[in-house]
Structure formats: structure tokens, C-alpha cells
Design a protein. Structure first.
Length: 321
């Protein structure tokens, strides 16, 4: 029904150079007619809490009439648009990298369930720990003890993926829930969720941003107490690891959704009125150092290694156990 061919190397290069890509003839006239039909069907759907998000704005021409400005989160509730999204999965994966996006599990009833795992982040973090451990081992600790690296994840599923990546690598040795670098055994590494690091610190903290989706869903990265804990645990250095371009797009969507609600949100509600992610990325780019990494930059051979552990039936994700 919707058949978008694989992108060519020149198209991918054009996207990387320009930040956008036009694919002429990607959809047939029938496809475009279907889009119109799907849009009318979505407009006719009743507004139900927890389903599609409908945004209204006042008409500039018709007095107090309310117009629908946009509708989001429609894919899980409309079969047609679900098929459109599925047809875009391959080209989007070519442009952004499938591993750099959140993983999805398909339930027995056919519904999709987000696993909150970003495989690319896990791989990059393991190789970053290798480099950090080598550098730290050559520097005496100011307090005359071992160096500590903390990997703090907003989600338990991502923490589990990083722990698995460490265990299958040749970078560290496992000492229970603590890891030690193999080469010098002078650097200790702990991977855990944000809640478990409250009240604690580490010399260097790696913060996997994890969320990377087309919906603009930032999840725990809008919760102020988690943001505060995650970004204040490092004694000497904080390193962010994430799909920066996708995170910035998600942040823009989050701000657009909440633009009309900012005045009614109080800091005491523990929700960020504006997306923290884009602000943090901008701060790092202006005041810190940023490094762009692609799959070909990875040194370890990750072929055939599956880092995604599907949650057990009835298990909870993220937060405290």
C-alpha cells in the first residue's frame, strides 16, 4: 500500500548536509487521497482522554470559533496512519540509525510497547568507559583512592542494557553490581537508575539520555527531582550521551504542546515548564565540548549481540524496584 524505497547514499548525504530531505514521488496520488481520508476520520473521532491529542486555537476570522490546529499521538489509534508510519520506519532508520532510536516490543495483541532502550547509547557508553578508565588510571586520585565512574539512567531497562553491554565487553570485570576496569583495576564503575544515586556522587558521571522517538515524549526528563539528581552527582565531570538531533526535535514538540499550559504549571508540581533537554544540550554546545559519533567509530565488534531484554510479564520499568 505504502512503498517507500530504500534511500540512496546520495540522499543520505544530502540529509546530513542540509538537515532535510525531499523525496519526490514517494507517495502515489492514491496514497495522498488516503491521507485526506485518514485525516477526516481522525477529525471525526471523539476526543477521549489518554488517546489522540487534539489542539485547538481561536479563529482569526470567525469570532470565537475554535479551530483544530493539530492532532498528535494518532498512530496507536488509527490503522491507516499506523501503516504510513510503518512504511517510514526504514528510511527514517537510514537517516537517524535504528539503534539510536528507542526499541519497540510488539505484544501478542499486536499493540506496540516502548522498551525505553537505546542500543547505540549503550555501546557508546562502554567504549567511553574504556577511554575514561585508561585516562583516570594514569592520574592519582586527589583523595588517594580509586576513581569512580557512575552511569545514571532514567530508566531501568536502559541501565540493564548498559550492564549487559559491559559484561559482554572486554573492558571491565564484574564484581557483583560493581564493575572494575580490567587493565588497571583502579577504576570502579556502577550502573544504576537515578533514584538509586540520590544522595551519592561519583567522580565522573555518564548520563544516557535514552529517549529518542518521533512522538516528542521526554518521559522522566521532564520531572524536576530526577533532573536535579541526574545532573548533580558528578564531582569532576558530567558526560551526556544521546541522540542530540532527535532530542532537540522532541524538546521542540514538548514546548509546543505545553506553550498554552505554562502559566498554570507550578514548580511545586515537579514538572519542568519548558523542556530541560534542549537547554542542557545548548549549554554543553556553548560552554562544554561535544563529539559526534557514528557506528563506524565504534571499536568493538558488536555483531550478533542483543542488548535488549524484554520486560517480564507484570514487571515495572524505571524508577524504584
Amino acid at each position: 500500500m505504502f512503498n517507500i524505497p530504500a534511500l540512496s547514499s546520495s540522499q543520505i548525504k544530502s540529509f546530513k548536509n542540509n538537515g532535510f530531505l525531499t523525496i519526490k514521488g514517494a507517495f502515489s496520488p492514491k496514497n495522498i487521497a488516503d491521507f485526506t481520508k485518514y485525516t477526516d476520520e481522525v477529525l471525526a473521532m471523539p476526543e477521549v482522554s489518554g488517546k489522540q491529542w487534539v489542539y485547538h486555537e481561536k479563529s482569526l476570522k470567525e469570532g470565537d470559533a475554535q479551530l483544530i490546529s493539530r492532532i498528535e499521538n494518532i498512530v496507536p489509534f488509527h490503522n491507516g496512519f499506523d501503516k504510513v508510519t510503518e512504511s517510514l520506519r526504514q528510511p527514517v532508520g537510514q537517516l537517524f540509525g535504528e539503534e539510536a532510536m528507542e526499541k519497540i516490543d510488539v505484544l501478542p495483541n499486536g499493540r506496540e510497547k516502548w522498551l525505553y532502550v537505546n542500543v547505540a547509547e549503550a555501546k557508546v557508553i562502554v567504549e567511553a568507559i574504556d577511554d575514561l578508565a585508561n585516562d583516570l588510571a594514569s592520574i592519582p586520585h586527589p583523595d588517594d583512592r580509586y576513581w569512580e565512574i557512575g552511569v545514571i539512567s532514567f530508566y531501568k531497562a536502559q541501565a540493564a542494557a548498559i550492564q549487559k553491554a559491559l559484561r559482554v565487553s572486554d573492558v571491565v570485570e564484574s564484581k557483583g553490581h560493581i564493575f572494575v576496569d580490567k587493565k588497571t583495576k583502579s577504576v570502579r564503575i556502577e550502573v544504576n537508575v537515578v533514584d538509586r544515586f540520590q544522595g551519592r556522587e561519583a567522580d565522573v558521571v555518564l548520563l544516557p539520555m535514552t529517549r529518542a522517538n518521533k512522538r516528542g515524549s521526554l518521559g522522566f526528563m521532564t520531572v524536576l527531582n530526577r533532573i536535579n539528581v541526574a545532573t548533580s552527582r558528578a564531582r569532576h565531570r558530567l558526560i551526556l550521551v544521546g541522540n542530540a538531533r532527535q532530542l532537540e526535535e522532541m524538546g521542540a514538540k514538548y514546548d509546543a504542546r505545553n506553550a498554552d499550559q505554562d502559566q498554570g504549571i507550578s514548580i511545586t508540581e515537579n514538572l519542568a515548564t519548558q523542556n530541560f533537554v534542549s537547554q542542557l544540550i545548548n549549554h554543553v554546545q556553548k560552554n562544554g565540548r561535544s563529539l559526534q559519533i557514528s557506528p563506524k567509530d565504534l571499536r568493538n565488534d558488536w555483531k550478533g549481540i542483543n542488548l535488549v531484554r524484554k520486560p517480564r510479564k507484570g514487571s515495572k520499568r524505571g524508577g524504584r524496584r
